[in-house]
Design a protein around this ligand. Structure first.
Ligand SMILES: Nc1ncnc2c1ncn2[C@@H]1O[C@H](COP(=O)(O)OP(=O)(O)OP(=O)(O)O)[C@@H](O)[C@H]1O
Length: 309
């Protein structure tokens, strides 16, 4: 029977083109609608960043797609299978935001135990090398630094040699060097056809590493595309000038969607920078004028603030 189930899973997993599929998923906690009618599909082989402000619903969506949280309505599948089943088959490796490590065992014992739960685990030496924790193999898990524990969590995600990696803020505790090594390793996996879904608050990581960015807010998708698509869609350019005295009037100039004043510098986010610059010139307020096209962080802030071009 188990063999038959495996054959069915294998067949479904082969014909399904999406690694991840959330269909109209809603998940509430009391009065909080953490995920609200969310539909999201990730084709095989893509590296996708999930962005959103604190409390946007990223971890909840990840919990549903890993089968850790039952949705109130809607459905999650992973390679066409129920998430629990895909996890049991070793198709999915997950890296939780925190926790997830058993105390009082060594790194080697923890990973050895995990390997025994998967049908086709990675050999231990290879796993230790991939996560760059070979030197930590005999260290107790509860005596690791934050960054070391994060690498061990990464190893636990890779243990079953998964086709899909789901990583919730994977680089949160890592120093600059470790972060770079982590992304090198991740790119290696992506180049071997693995699907990667990660959440992050580091927008430059999303910009550099992801083929596609999905921005969620209040449990819903508010933007979905390449980094360039999202910047283009929001396309707010920052026009900065030196302005002494009360500069709040600059916020009313043509094209200006948002005004920030830091000391004597005024930063105007504009959907029509030509019109804004013309108006500044007419008003004689072009001292130290600087025009900087939107970056992903600008686009993200504009999206969350619901500024539109
Ligand atoms: N177990 C829970 N019980 C009650 N409320 C919860 C629970 N888990 C999440 N929430 C609420 O659901 C909303 C979404 O939380 P979630 O952790 O999914 O957001 P997030 O985008 O991952 O945030 P962050 O970037 O801060 O990690 C928040 O308002 C949060 O307070």
């Amino acid at each position: 029977m188990d063999l038959l189930a495996r054959l069915v899973d294998f067949y479904v997993g082969t014909v399904e083109t999406n690694a991840v599929s959330l269909e109209s998923v809603t998940k509430t906690f009391g009065s909080v609608r953490a995920v609200d009618d969310l539909t999201l599909r990730v084709p095989r082989g893509q590296t996708v960043a999930l962005l959103g402000p604190n409390g946007a619903g990223k971890s909840t969506a990840i919990g549903v797609l890993l089968g850790l949280l039952p949705p109130d309505s809607g459905r999650a599948t992973v390679f066409g299978l129920d998430p629990e089943r895909a996890v049991r088959r070793g198709r999915v490796g997950a890296m939780p935001q925190e926790g997830g490590l058993i105390p009082r065992v060594t790194v080697r014992e923890l990973l050895g135990f995990l390997a025994g739960t998967y049908p086709a685990p990675l050999p231990l030496d290879r796993l230790l090398a991939l996560a760059q924790i070979t030197h930590l193999r005999d260290r107790r898990v509860d005596r690791l630094s934050g960054g070391q524990a994060q690498r061990v969590r990464y190893a636990t995600a890779l243990a079953g040699d998964p086709d899909l990696l789901v990583l919730d803020e994977p680089t949160a505790a890592l120093d600059v060097e470790a972060r770079r090594e982590f992304w090198d390793s991740m790119r290696g996996l992506a180049s071997r056809g693995r699907t990667i879904l990660f959440s992050t608050h580091y927008l430059e990581e999303a910009d550099e590493q992801a083929d596609r960015i999905i921005v969620v807010d209040r449990g819903r998708v508010i933007a979905d595309g390449t980094s360039a698509d999202i910047k283009r869609a929001v396309a707010l350019t920052t026009v900065s000038v030196t302005a002494r005295g009360d500069a709040t009037w600059l916020g009313a100039l043509p094209g200006v969607r948002h005004l920030e004043i830091h000391g004597d510098r005024a930063h105007l986010r504009s959907g029509d920078p030509d019109a804004t610059v013309m108006a500044l010139a007419e008003a004689g307020a072009v001292r130290d004028l600087q025009v900087v096209p939107a970056n992903l962080e600008d686009a993200f802030v504009a999206l969350i603030r619901k500024e539109t071009v």
